[in-house]
Design a protein around this ligand. Structure first.
Ligand code: EPZ
Length: 453
């Protein structure tokens, strides 16, 4: 298998990652037991990039986005936006050439040629449903396929529809499509969300920028990605205040213009690698990471006994052989512990010295990783929305697979500490949200490589 040279031996294979989304049948092969030491550069946030790209539909001018991660989801959204007539130019670089600094996208929605987002495209990526908001705000109409269920739960769009209705859109649902009409434009209104929703908040925010009058969004999501999108919209001429708090106020304007914006660092990628280091042991600097974006997760890691130190360059994570203490954690909207790190924390707690409890409060069915972690030797019991994890002395490598992005990466984390070889199948889930995953880990000494058939 060629691990004799450790990380160096694993590197040549990982060239394939430069082409995000390619090789959907690829697998990741990991041999556990190596510590991680070095620097991992944190990429731009996937969950900010996607709504930022969608916000480009709000203006005829060009929106320039820097620090864009090279991910399959970004490529897919580029195709979906292309269907509406949006041009996306990736500035002057060939794939993989600009290393750790992300890519620059020039996005121009000068002419919208089609206000329909078809099922074939929306069903591939849920967030693409959000195009409904800028399309109806700018064009007065949008016909967007309902996204349908997905691996982590039913995930309805009722609150997005409610927000658009509050802003004056007429909504019909026909043959699986949401048809939103506002021929004379949207008007400001009060949107009160009964539960915190990131997708609902993005929708209300984008729609309100071009509505006549003032919109107040109550119980808004406070996730940093909402603040990043609001910052960009303000650079485009929007008048938004309060983003990052639970009350956002938007004064509508008649049009938006072009702008340049750099995507904030990915807090979920940061937390994922922090847990990988905690699992494998070692000493790693997560470069460009910002601690305030994931303080709750860093606090949990500190409670497990891992040393987490903010530095001028990012966050340093260090564990030198000490036992991991078990924790009790419930996922919650920001600033709480993120659901997108729940699977990774569970992987880590499989090796804690004691019993942990993790409760998932955001999605009703986000435990697909449990059965796969059990295949690696973990002791986990599920009771409704709570997992009880009894730490074990050792995990043992096995072939595994998972049906969503964060579940897949939790298996990578477990594999780093498992004896022998683990093969993670269905790598395309990882390519959706982790840029150059195996390269970043291999550079710190992990025995990890991509295998193509
Ligand atoms: C975003 O999904 C993220 N996706 C998710 O990340 C993340 O897990 C989630 O927020 C929570 O933080 C992107 O940003 C692209 P929600 P979103 O609307 O916006 C319910 C990842 O791995 N709800 O905050 O779809 C919903 O079912 C992904 O990167 C309604 O009931 O999440 C859920 O229980 C996965 N009605 C809760 O609200 C609605 O109309 C929160 O969902 C909308 C949502």
């Amino acid at each position: 298998m060629g691990y004799a040279e450790g990380a160096a031996g694993a590197r040549p294979q990982s060239k394939t990652t430069a082409k995000a989304g390619r090789g959907s049948m690829d697998r990741i092969r990991i041999v556990g037991g190596r510590r991680l030491n070095g620097v991992i550069p944190i990429s731009g946030a996937k969950n900010a990039t996607l709504p930022l790209m969608i916000a480009s539909l709000l203006t005829e001018d060009t929106l320039i986005l820097d620090n864009v991660p090279h991910l399959a989801d970004v490529a897919l959204l580029q195709r979906i936006l292309g269907n509406h007539g949006v041009d996306v130019m990736i500035a002057g670089k060939r794939a993989g050439e600009n290393g750790d600094h992300g890519r620059t996208l020039h996005i121009s929605a000068k002419t919208i040629v089609d206000t329909t987002a078809p099922y074939e495209l929306v069903s591939k990526m849920r967030a693409s449903f959000w195009v409904v908001a800028p399309l109806v705000a700018r064009m007065g109409e949008a016909k967007v396929s309902m996204p349908g269920g997905c691996a982590i739960g039913t995930r309805p769009v009722d609150l997005l529809i409610m927000a658009l209705e509050k802003l004056g859109a007429d909504i019909d649902i026909e043959a699986g499509y949401v048809i939103a009409r506002a021929p004379h434009g949207l008007r400001g209104g009060e949107v009160v969300f009964p539960k915190v929703t990131v997708s609902g908040t993005h929708t209300a925010l984008m729609a309100a920028t071009l509505a006549r009058g003032t919109t107040v969004i109550e119980n808004a999501a406070r996730e940093p990605e909402i603040g990043d999108v609001a910052d960009c919209l303000n650079k485009m001429g929007a008048r938004i205040s309060g983003a990052g708090t639970s009350r956002i106020v938007v004064e509508g304007v008649s049009s938006l213009h072009g702008a340049r914006h750099s995507v904030l660092p990915d807090r979920i990628e940061t937390g994922t690698y922090a847990m990988a280091v905690a699992m494998a042991g070692g000493d790693v600097l997560l470069a460009n990471a910002r601690p305030e974006l994931l303080q709750a997760a860093l606090d949990v890691l500190a409670r497990t006994g891992v040393a987490v130190t903010p530095t001028n360059e990012g966050i340093r994570v260090c564990r030198n052989g000490a036992a991991l203490a078990p924790v009790e954690v419930t996922t919650a909207p920001f600033p709480g512990f993120p659901t997108d790190l729940q699977a990774q924390l569970m992987a880590l707690m499989t090796r804690a010295s004691g019993t942990s409890h993790i409760t998932e409060s955001i999605f009703e069915n986000r435990f697909m990783h449990v059965q796969e972690l059990v295949r690696l030797g973990a002791h986990i019991r599920l009771d409704g929305d709570t997992a009880t994890i009894e730490g074990v002395a050792r995990l043992k490598g096995a072939p595994v697979m998972a049906t969503d992005l964060r579940a897949s990466v939790s298996l990578v984390i477990a594999a780093l500490a498992a004896e022998g070889e683990t093969i993670v199948n269905r790598v395309y889930h990882l390519d959706r949200g982790f840029e150059r995953l195996e390269e970043k880990l291999a550079a710190c000494g992990a025995a990890i490589e991509r295998v193509s058939d």
